[in-house]
Design a protein around this ligand. Sequence first.
Ligand code: PHE
Length: 427
Amino acid sequence: MAGSAIGLGNIWRFPYLVGQNGGAAFVIVYILACIVLALPIFFAESIIGRRGRGNTFGAMKKLAPGTRWKWVGLLTVLTPVILLGYYSVVGGWSVDYLWKACTGAFANDPRGLFGGFISKTWEPIIMHTIFMALTALVILLGVKNGIEKFSKVAMPLLFVLIVAIAVYGMTLPGSFKGVEYLVKPDFSKLGPGSIAAAMGQAFFSMSLGVGTILTYASYSPENESMLDSGIGTAVSDLMFALLAGFAVMPAVFSAGIAPGEGPGLVFDTLPFIFNQMHSVVGAAVSILFFLTVLVAALTSSISLLEVGVAYLSEEKGMSRRRSTVILALITWAIGIVCSLSFGPLSGVKVIGLSFFDLLDKLCSNVLMPLGGLLFVIFVGWKMSKADVRDEFTSGGRRNTRIFGLVYFLIRYVAPIGIVIVGLTALI
Ligand code: PHE
């Protein structure tokens, strides 16, 4: 679950959203959104997945037979396919940048490198294809041998790498301003849009509302402490986002780059910094950094693909191999259009947004909060309290004292909070 949560959301998305929304004040709202809105959804998804013992559609069907709730399950099979469509494009960027780091491409003046790269037709598509192939490969190896083995090695490695890079970043001249930017709040920069962005980012980063946590929970043993999984995932995810912030922001300020420049921030900034370092150190750090990004992206993309694979193999009787190939091809095709929307299709806009931005906004600001809202309503209002308690406390053996608070958060605080934030952003 932590492998799913920690990904491009932390390294690529979090720093540029912090930059666009004024720094530390956004970080505070984000932490609040994680605790009050995201954690209850995490528990709701875990309860549905473990109680229903199945994919999103199957679990809902089992827990609320003869109702329309199973269609909510189906919605959350579709969302991760769309999300992975554009996620894998950014995954492709990280493959490309790892390659660039290995071949020493940052040693020449790296300014304009990113813009030049994403506007091309073929290079980003090839990289996106490699990324999708890697994702499918891990899924084909299965849950225990693929997902679990890969994550167990990759996750600790990630922490070591990002800490090393953050520590290095803070030694750069002028980097102190970046640290200050992350810890000194200016609430005047926060609008209702920023609050919605913080909520969307909390869901994106903790992999919520798209059935990922639900599906993984369906594989987890009944006596595992749900509270520990939730807190463990939330804390490691948050720590990783903050570490990524400290790895990126000091570097941004040290290079005199505008923190609000948007999705290109990480890819634009860091090569510039690597270029300033001693050539051997710069090469080593840049390879380590983009390896980190790639590994983090893969442990997330496999979890996105797994939702649909679980659905097709459990509900439609398809083999895992066939389900993986079909879904990988669909997401690959979506990704191609997203990738082209930075280049040849950059003029094509839907409601003023490029195809890539449209899918990102659709997923994180609409579909994920909607999925999360429906999950908490299902657990808080449709399932019986006795069943919810039984599942959360593993049959009365664990975390019984905190259950009252968790149930209150699931039943009232999270649904009302999501609706209020959603409506404020709309108005
Ligand atoms: N949480 C992942 C990240 O931060 C993205 C993700 C979203 C993965 C939803 C699975 C489900 O990069």
